[in-house]
Design a protein around this ligand. Structure first.
Ligand SMILES: *Cc1c(COP(=O)(O)O)cnc(C)c1O
Length: 220
């Protein structure tokens, strides 16, 4: 099936309040253009240099999201334009994002990535670590970042109950942080969870942003 048909099929299953991030990592610009021409405007990549190279060559009204683990020394490549960084998992990374955002005279939106999976390899904060970050003096001094919500990746498994439990956990973290650390006028509203295999379940559990790659662009 074509990229535009895949997009159409997926959009038909997503409620209007949920944003679709089309994950275009490893895919050529032509594939992104095809999705763009069928109306998609938000794209996600997991490598800073690949993201910067694509941004340079593609339409300027694309909203680019960084969804992959980041090293601090790569923030500079995307700071001039990135709309949202989903994968913030340390204070030092947040510090560098704040610094590069200031340099570019911008405020960069970020999500705090949580560790919700059973797998050892996944990145992210525990609730205790996130609380410590939000309570720190360093964090309170950052003027050029805006924490807009949370992100998580469920365990790679067929077990729907397991995945559901992990999404519920992320939603609980979100709700607790929102009530303890963010006022009504702050835009702490996003729960980024759900990929090709589990986005419908993620939406059931309260996702506001799904990150879908292979179901749109084919396998990698
Ligand atoms: C690759 C990736 C996705 C998309 O995965 P698909 O299974 O291809 O939909 C979503 N989130 C992150 C963080 C990714 O790296």
């Amino acid at each position: 099936m074509s990229i535009s048909q895949n997009l159409k099929n997926i959009l038909a299953t997503i409620p209007s309040g949920v944003k679709l991030i089309a994950v275009s990592k490893t895919k050529p610009n032509e594939a992104i253009v095809e999705a763009y021409q069928s109306g998609q405007r938000i794209f996600g990549e997991n490598k800073a240099q690949e993201l910067a190279a694509k941004q340079k060559d593609l339409p300027s009204d694309i909203e680019w999201h960084m969804i992959g683990h980041m090293q601090s020394n790569k923030v500079k490549y995307i700071a001039p334009f990135v709309a949202l960084i989903h994968s913030v998992d340390s204070l030092s990374l947040l510090q560098e994002i704040n610094k590069q955002a200031l340099k570019n005279n911008r405020i960069i939106g970020v999500l705090l990535q949580f560790y919700i999976a059973e797998e050892e390899s996944k990145f992210g904060f525990s609730m205790e670590e996130a609380e410590a970050l939000l309570n720190s003096e360093e964090y309170k001094a950052f003027k050029n970042i805006e924490v807009c919500g949370v992100m998580g990746m469920a365990t790679f498994t067929e077990n729907q109950e397991q995945i559901k439990k992990e999404f519920k956990q992320l939603k609980t973290y979100f709700t607790q942080l929102k009530s303890a650390h963010f006022s009504e006028k702050e835009r702490f509203n996003e729960i980024s969870m759900g990929m090709s295999g589990d986005y419908l379940l993620a939406i059931q559990e309260g996702s506001t942003m799904v990150r879908v790659g292979s179901s749109i662009f084919g396998g990698r």
